[in-house]
Design a protein around this ligand. Structure first.
Ligand SMILES: NC(=O)c1ccc[n+]([C@@H]2O[C@H](COP(=O)([O-])OP(=O)(O)OC[C@H]3O[C@@H](n4cnc5c(N)ncnc54)[C@H](O)[C@@H]3O)[C@@H](O)[C@H]2O)c1
Length: 352
């Protein structure tokens, strides 16, 4: 049985990836130290998800390890010798990073280097999939000409009709400290591909979401928005008239792409992994969709000040992914995804 090592296995993407690879016949080792609860407080606690994996995956091995601990990472990868690595452990919030710059950089950049070097020494043939982010583009997408539509912003230039492609500049823009630490990791993952010829790829995620997200105000907007709706809590909209656009991809479709890459890896590749235009929505549109499933009106306040470096309009151009992996495509529409998030929060809020 091939063996997958997933970092951040108790998180949204890590847990989905663990379950997906288990279902297609892989043995799973996970690394997670519940750092999300340290970053975001008890609301970000992911232990429930760790227990869910232990119950759902026979033989699942959980490693309570901090990826910043270089010696232990080297030791663990040598002992496990995985056939593939999916690296999702991270400090994932751009707003949070400014308050904890050392923790952010040490986790996102140094933690990634620890893993890459451990893999190069122990199992250089193993595909290494890195979860990067569209924040590597900084706020450069905000410089594009935009059209204001009744409920959303959109690109005015037809050159961006399909969204932002991987060739977009990552340089000379404001990233947030989080974006900058993720750029360091992204370039290092590419370098281990190009310089050492390791089968690596960076997936520059748009909004990754799904029913198992522990959404908090600072990270996981759709999950958090749905939670606010169900609990009659006020959601704060930060600037851009609430028309800011994000593309949303269900974590299952993320896992499916990772599997496609692991089966036919390339070296030093970069993909923009999001929901694309079809799965994009503005905050105002997300309210409407959520209300449709929950039957409750969304309570919100509007604050003029946008979040520093926040994208006004971002959706991923999926054409490179589809060209390299023609059997992969989005299978979960935005509506289906929101419906699943509503159902999942209903269940979790009752049992919490
Ligand atoms: N969710 C999104 O919308 C989104 C968008 C773009 C990119 N990404 C990227 O995808 C990846 C996964 O995101 P997610 O939404 O699943 O995040 P998440 O916070 O749900 O999961 C990350 C997991 O990593 C663990 N972790 C954090 N630091 C650790 C450390 N030092 N050692 C061991 N474990 C640690 C956390 O406890 C958590 O369970 C991240 O790299 C993130 O930057 C996410």
């Amino acid at each position: 049985m091939p063996k997958l090592l997933v970092t951040g296995s108790s998180g949204l993407i890590g847990s989905e990836v663990a379950l997906y690879f288990h279902q297609v016949g892989w043995a799973i080792d996970g690394i997670d130290n519940n750092q999300r609860a340290v970053f975001f407080g008890p609301q970000g606690d992911t232990r429930w998800n760790q227990h869910r994996l232990a119950a759902a995956i026979p033989g699942f091995v959980h490693h309570e390890l901090d990826i910043r601990d270089r010696a232990k990472v080297l030791e663990l990868v040598k002992a496990v010798r995985p056939d593939a690595i999916v690296h999702t452990a991270a400090q994932p919030s751009h707003d949070r990073a400014a308050a904890i710059p050392f923790d952010d950089f040490d986790t996102n950049a140094v933690g990634t280097l620890n893993l890459l070097e451990a893999v190069r020494r122990a199992c250089p043939e193993a595909p290494f999939v890195h979860m990067s982010t569209n924040k590597v583009y900084g706020d450069a997408p905000n410089l594009l000409a935009l059209a204001e539509l009744p409920t959303r912003w959109d690109y005015a230039d037809p050159a961006y009709a399909h969204g932002i492609a991987e060739t977009f500049t990552i340089d000379q823009s404001k990233h947030s400290l989080f974006g900058a630490s993720k750029v360091a990791a992204d370039v290092m993952v590419q370098e281990y591909g190009r310089y050492f010829n390791l089968p690596t790829c960076c997936l520059r995620g748009g909004c990754l979401t799904g029913p198992n997200h522990s959404g908090v105000e600072l990270h996981g907007f759709l999950s958090y928005l749905v939670k606010c709706n169900l609990e009659d809590r006020e959601y704060k909209v930060f600037g851009y008239k609430g028309k800011q656009v994000r593309d949303n991809i269900h974590s299952l479709d993320v896992a499916r792409f990772m599997h496609a890459f692991v089966e036919a890896p390339r070296s030093g590749e970069v993909y923009n992994l999001g929901g694309g235009k079809a799965n994009s929505c503005s905050i105002l549109e997300a309210f409407k969709l959520t209300e449709k499933f929950s039957g409750k009106a969304q309570i919100y306040t509007y604050l003029d000040q946008n979040r520093a470096g926040d994208h006004i309009c971002y959706y991923s151009d999926l054409r490179k992914m589809r060209a390299h992996y023609p059997k992969w495509d989005i299978t979960k529409s935005l509506e289906t995804t929101i419906g699943e998030i509503v159902a999942a929060w209903r269940k979790r809020l009752v049992t919490d």
